[in-house]
Design a protein around this ligand. Structure first.
Ligand code: IDC
Length: 337
């Protein structure tokens, strides 16, 4: 009888231990980061770390332009992704596109959407990126003053909130040099730092966030907790860019993939799952954080919802596109959910 009791006690201990190990940890021993567990993030060398120095990897989804798809910027919607194991959402606010922040968009409404998105992310215990989504405006200095004002106002409200990361320019392009981007960053970062001294800041790199080696050769040294963004679309970008990503990280550059897609760089076209696998294997091997483009039902293959899906939360299998199904399975496997 006593033996049986001891055996039962042992078994209970074992299950309690297994449960404790399973909780909060993704496979491979990397901490499953959440604001409630890993708190304020910081950057050390090429690594993103949690409040206790633990290596963290963030994975999740980027919204489409919040001006165009505001219906997905709410807690019920984000809950679907959190339930699959996501710990990150990115709020993409276009600046130069139609209805963008600097292109006649309703700035008050856009700021309200950012607040709403941040609150929705926090409700779901997700980290959240506030993304100043330059694109057709090519060069971040085009709207530098607006950027400074926007970040000053937002950070004055959010303070040093550990859930929030700031992405100061999505994808510089049109020949914008790293020198120009760096000078822009050196003006915008202090504005953010005034209210959010510890927030992780993401900075774009030349040629739609591909020429990360240019940032690696001449990094921004005056500020800490800074990462450099690299974007890939698996149908378009292959070994060359992936090797550049690995080299940059191995050389000590903190890289964050704040946007990627399974299709081609137009955001449409066939999903290249083989190339995607090669990318994700490398991303996991290096512990890089990443957000998939995009949360919408737009008729393009990068959208995670079917064009016919009118639901904005509680998605069923039939609501998900090929990209959506892939994201769900990837997140579930990764997080063990
Ligand atoms: C695309 C959207 C598309 C939209 C277009 C606006 O998928 O619906 O009409 O922007 O110009 C990026 C950009 C991202 C692009 C995406 C796909 O950051 O804004 O979204 N992409 O082209 N970089 C590489 C690809």
């Amino acid at each position: 009888m006593r033996k049986l009791t001891r055996l039962l006690a042992l078994l209970l201990c074992f299950f309690a231990f297994a449960e404790a190990c399973g909780e909060g940890y993704a496979e491979g021993g990397i901490t499953m980061a959440r604001p409630s567990t890993t708190g304020a993030l910081h950057v050390e060398g090429a690594k993103l770390l949690g409040q206790n120095g633990e290596a963290v990897q963030l994975k999740g989804i980027s919204t489409h332009g919040i001006a165009w798809f505001p219906q997905y910027v709410n807690a019920e919607c984000f809950q679907a992704f959190a339930s699959w194991g996501a710990n990150l959402v990115r709020l993409a606010m276009y600046t130069g596109e139609y209805d963008g922040y600097c292109a006649g968009g309703d700035q008050e409404k856009l700021k309200a959407l950012i607040r709403q998105g941040v609150a929705a992310a926090k409700q779901n215990d997700l980290y959240v990126i506030v993304d100043w989504h330059i694109l057709s405006d090519n060069d971040p200095t085009t709207h530098k003053e607006e950027a400074k004002q926007f970040f000053a106002e937002m950070t004055a409200e959010f303070g040093d909130d550990p859930s929030i990361l700031y992405e100061i320019c999505n994808e510089p392009n049109g020949g914008t040099s790293w020198g120009t981007i760096k000078a822009y960053a050196e003006e915008v970062i202090p504005v953010i730092r005034e209210n959010a001294p510890n927030a992780v800041i993401l900075c774009g790199t030349p040629n739609w966030c591909q020429f990360i080696w240019e940032a690696a050769a001449d990094p921004i040294t005056d500020f800490d907790n800074l990462m450099y963004t690299m974007h890939f679309y698996a149908g378009t970008h292959k070994d060359d860019l992936r090797n550049a990503m690995r080299e940059a990280v191995e050389g000590g550059l903190p890289v964050f993939v704040s946007e990627y897609g399974l299709c081609d760089a137009s955001g449409n076209g066939a999903l290249d799952l083989e190339s995607t696998k090669a990318w994700m294997d490398e991303i996991d091997a290096l512990g890089i954080s990443c957000a998939m483009w995009n949360l919408s039902n737009k008729d393009e293959s990068s959208a995670v919802l079917q064009p016919s899906c009118t639901r904005t939360s509680g998605f069923s299998d039939g609501d998900l596109s090929g990209s959506g199904l892939w994201l769900r399975d990837m997140l579930k496997n990764w997080s063990g959910t």
